[in-house]
Write a protein that binds this ligand. Structure first.
Ligand code: SF4
Length: 204
């Protein structure tokens, strides 16, 4: 609404417009009864100065509204900028040993902090796989790619590539701090991300 009353140029979600609108809003704050003022503004925005069909005839700001005075009600506010979507690949390493698979608890820095999931990496090669195997004391027996699928986060569209790696070795089947071997048909109650749940279901 303020974008119309003061003809604020630029997309509503641009930083310049946001700054200007905040400044205007602050300058307009009354000395007292701010709650009623704020509620009144919200009511006007929700019921009178709506995005598509503003009811200018009933608006108490009709005489001061610059957009109305200049017959530019349809021009303001300018459409929001569309946020660009990035595309990325993520590889999930599904270690499998005798009907069980290894999941680990994500640290606070990962994509899904605090959730359990497969070891994941944005860069996959035989070397990275060897490093993971070594870390968990596993011997690689065979490697196969499972079906790739898409998973969309707010601004990132992921292609998820699950890679099944059948293993043996002293680390197989051994739970450690932050790691679990769970049965392939186990509907684990551990919190896991949507893509990890999808892969677990496909392994059953
Ligand atoms: S006069 Fe019309 S465009 Fe201006 S604030 Fe009121 S409803 Fe919105």
């Amino acid at each position: 609404m303020l974008a119309r009353v003061f003809c604020v140029d630029g997309p509503a979600n641009s930083s310049a417009s946001t700054r200007q609108l905040w400044l205007l809003a602050e300058n307009l704050l009354p000395d007292a009864d701010i709650d009623s003022y704020t509620q009144g503004l919200m009511d006007l925005g929700a019921n009178v100065c709506t995005r598509r069909n503003p009811n200018c005839a009933e608006c108490p700001l009709m005489t001061t509204c610059q957009a109305r005075a200049n017959d530019m009600v349809d021009v303001y506010p300018a459409p929001s900028l569309k946020k660009s979507i990035k595309h990325k690949s993520i590889y999930m390493i599904v270690f499998v040993f005798k009907g069980q698979t290894l999941i680990i608890k994500n640290s606070g820095a990962g994509l899904w902090p605090g959730l359990w999931g497969f070891i994941d990496t944005e860069v996959y090669s035989k070397n990275t796989l060897d490093e993971f195997s070594k870390k968990f004391e596993l011997e690689i027996e065979s490697i196969s790619r499972l079906d790739t699928f898409r998973h969309r986060l707010t601004h990132i569209d992921y292609s998820v590539h699950p890679i099944r790696v059948n293993v043996s070795g002293s680390g197989a089947h051994e739970d450690r701090v932050g790691t679990r071997w769970i049965r392939l048909n186990d509907k684990t109650r551990l919190p896991v991300s949507v893509p990890v749940r999808r892969i677990l279901n496909s392994l059953c």
